[in-house]
Design a binder for this molecule. Structure first.
Ligand code: 5PN
Ligand code: ZN
Ligand code: ZN
Length: 250
């Protein structure tokens, strides 16, 4: 996979309480964390995994999360850094359909959307306590061409979705093999931070806490099996040490 490049697309930051980040562990208090998407430029297509949040949506529905997002920290703004636009994306995949992972989907009108069947269903028929998480359903309003999947799936050579339910019904993580470095394992919200994995602490947002713990363990074993580097979804300290677009991993 020597001709594959992975770009981290910075889509700004949000604030939540420490007890939402680390369920029953804390400490409490405001924690600001990054949100990002992942562009995989691959011979079989340009795959976008997660698309950040829509600033207008968060200002309207969740202003208490204090969004900070510059114009450049949107999917169109980040792609522009690479000389690309949303029309260049061939496939959009979301770890899950929470608002902070789907905000840029609506720009990618030429792409096929790959959805976990259970996640798509649950996002439209969710439990009352999930409503804020699933408050941005704009990804479904542009008439996407859906391809439904039901579990672990190899999307293209070296790009594998790994089912990690619990945080949500059909949550998926992503493993990417590269030519010149260790594989990259993007956990999505199955692991918000390094501490989540190291201390086995799930987030306060979850559909099924027991399944969430099992998924944390699955991620550790997948990382070990493939000698993969783990990329958590919302870890400010880790994110500060990663290369972001226009830099890339290959
Ligand atoms: C960052 C964030 N904020 C609110 C929610 C929620 O209600 O479910 C998941 C979630 C988040 O990841
Ligand atoms: Zn989430
Ligand atoms: Zn999230």
């Amino acid at each position: 996979m020597s001709d594959v490049r992975v770009y981290l697309l910075d889509t700004g930051t949000l604030v939540i309480d420490g007890y939402h980040l680390y369920w029953n562990a804390g400490p409490g208090g405001e924690v600001r964390f990054p949100c990002y998407g992942v562009l995989i430029d691959h011979p079989e297509g340009r795959f976008l995994f997660d698309t950040g949040y829509d600033l207008e949506h968060v200002n309207k529905v969740l202003p208490f999360e204090k969004p900070q997002q510059a114009a450049e920290q949107t999917i169109p703004g980040q792609l522009k850094l690479l000389g690309l636009g949303p029309d260049d994306i061939t496939h959009v995949i979301n770890s899950h359909y929470h608002f902070d992972h789907v905000g840029g989907n609506k720009y990618c009108t030429k792409a096929t959307t790959i959805a976990h069947r259970k996640e798509l269903e649950q996002s439209h028929n969710c439990q009352p306590f999930e409503r804020l998480g699933y408050s941005d359903l704009s990804f479904d309003e542009i008439g996407p061409r859906y391809e439904l999947i039901d579990g672990d799936t190899e999307l293209a050579k070296g790009i594998t979705l790994i089912e990690t339910p619990g945080h949500t019904a059909g949550h998926m993580s992503l493993l990417v093999a590269l030519g010149h470095r260790r594989p990259m394992l993007f956990t999505g919200d199955a692991a918000y931070t390094k501490r989540s994995i190291d201390a086995t602490i799930i987030s306060g947002f979850h559909l099924d806490p027991t399944a969430s713990v099992q998924s944390l363990r699955r991620l550790s074993s997948v990382a070990e099996e493939h000698d993969a580097e783990i990329f958590y979804s919302h870890d400010a300290e880790a994110f500060a040490g990663w290369q972001v677009a226009p830099s890339y991993y290959q």
